[in-house]
Write a protein that binds this ligand. Sequence first.
Ligand SMILES: Nc1nc2c(ncn2[C@@H]2O[C@H](COP(=O)(O)OP(=O)(O)OP(=O)(O)O)[C@@H](O)[C@H]2O)c(=O)[nH]1
Ligand SMILES: [Mg+2]
Length: 199
Amino acid sequence: MGIIFPTKIRRICTLYNESSARVVVIGLDSAGKTTLVQRFKNLVDLQFNLNASFIQHFITEPTFVYQVETIYPRLAPLALTLWDLGGEEKTRTLWRFYLTGVQGVVFVIDCDDKERIALAREELLKLSKQLGQSSSIPIIIAANKQDIIKSLCKEELILALSLPKITSNEWKVFEMSAQTGGGVMEMFCHLSETIHKHQ
Ligand SMILES: Nc1nc2c(ncn2[C@@H]2O[C@H](COP(=O)(O)OP(=O)(O)OP(=O)(O)O)[C@@H](O)[C@H]2O)c(=O)[nH]1
Ligand SMILES: [Mg+2]
């Protein structure tokens, strides 16, 4: 037993080449960013730990500035260091300071909050401009809260954000629910693979 365990750890470390990609998780307040990061962490925990259990509900507080988590998903080419930024109005002005050296962006949208879709679009446009010349940085749009029946679906969201016009960065929309976990692992694995290809 004492020999097998370190070997497994070494194999896992080799798989990731002990490196991680820097990613910002951005979006309006209450979009579900912190829940998403916690859900991803929980799903990865379930991949590795037989004693782990699915967490039904996360209790979150509005994020004050930022929180950071490095997460190592099984079989993804790169681990992800996720900078979960606060989305409240006064905190949004600080987002630009976290974009230096970033390799990927997850822009989280509450698809049930139709009244603020225009505001989310504005912030996404601003972000895209701030990324400036770094158009090789992939932007993942997390169409969150799909567990709520009246949420905008992927096609409706693409229209509402006028996505092809808004950014010159490579983008992709994932329907998901941080609450149920649906779509979460697929989204982060896609991001890890895309960043890995760009390296
Ligand atoms: N129904 C549903 N509720 C969700 C989902 N994701 C998050 N929530 C809820 O949305 C609320 C806000 O979630 P947070 O994760 O704190 O949002 P945030 O984007 O981190 O917010 P700030 O830190 O203030 O920027 C919480 O009550 C979550 O339980 C989801 O997929 N479905
Ligand atoms: Mg938060």
